[in-house]
Ligand binder design. Structure first.
Ligand SMILES: Cc1cc2nc3c(=O)[nH]c(=O)nc-3n(C[C@H](O)[C@H](O)[C@H](O)COP(=O)(O)O)c2cc1C
Length: 166
């Protein structure tokens, strides 16, 4: 609960390395997401090279935080692996959210940069990361160190909760 309640989008990072061990944990969290009929469509591009991170700011209008991020994970899906095709985006979103919660739990910061289903973003990321044609980029997650500690936020709105019937 603490990781979920203190998760918020972080777009301004403090410099500092993020170890490959930590990045592998984040990918592990992503791969542990639920998926319809356990199709597990996720693929991950883990990015640590400064030049590659910086270049993302040039291919997406709302990804300038990549310039400050220490690392990034491109969450991709493989539609051909889906048993129920219509759940592609839900499966990929569950992966992205798992990563964001794990980032929060590890005391780091990140933000979900939406690509899918925008065709031009998809093409730009596919070209930039040299993805094969059967792989669809879904979300770009720049990751970095927090400038100040995250505080839990209470967004509970009881007026929107309905019990048994609306
Ligand atoms: C589908 C989706 C797309 C998003 N795209 C962007 C984006 O391109 N750039 C960005 O800075 N934030 C993006 N966000 C983050 C939202 O702006 C953020 O989650 C929202 O304002 C709520 O703030 P919080 O994450 O701090 O709770 C996206 C979030 C989602 C779920």
């Amino acid at each position: 609960m603490e990781a979920i309640l203190s998760r918020h989008s972080v777009r301004d990072f403090k410099p500092g390395e993020i170890s490959m061990d930590t990045l592998k944990k984040l990918v592990h969290a992503g791969m542990s997401a639920p998926s319809a009929m356990h199709s597990a469509p996720g693929h991950f591009v883990v990015v640590t090279e400064r030049e590659k991170l910086d270049g993302v700011a040039k291919i997406h209008p709302y990804a300038n935080m990549s310039l400050q991020a220490s690392a990034g994970i491109l969450v991709c899906g493989e539609p051909g692996k889906e048993i129920l095709k219509e759940f592609f985006d839900q499966n990929c979103a569950a992966i992205a959210e798992n990563i964001l919660i794990a980032v929060s739990d590890l005391g780091l910061g990140a933000v979900w940069v939406g690509l899918y289903p925008n065709k031009s973003h998809i093409e730009n990321f596919r070209n930039y990361f040299q993805l094969p044609a059967h792989i669809v980029p879904f979300t770009w997650i720049p990751i970095g160190h927090l400038k100040s500690p995250a505080k839990p936020d209470n967004r509970l709105d009881s007026s929107r909760v309905h019990y048994n019937v609306w």
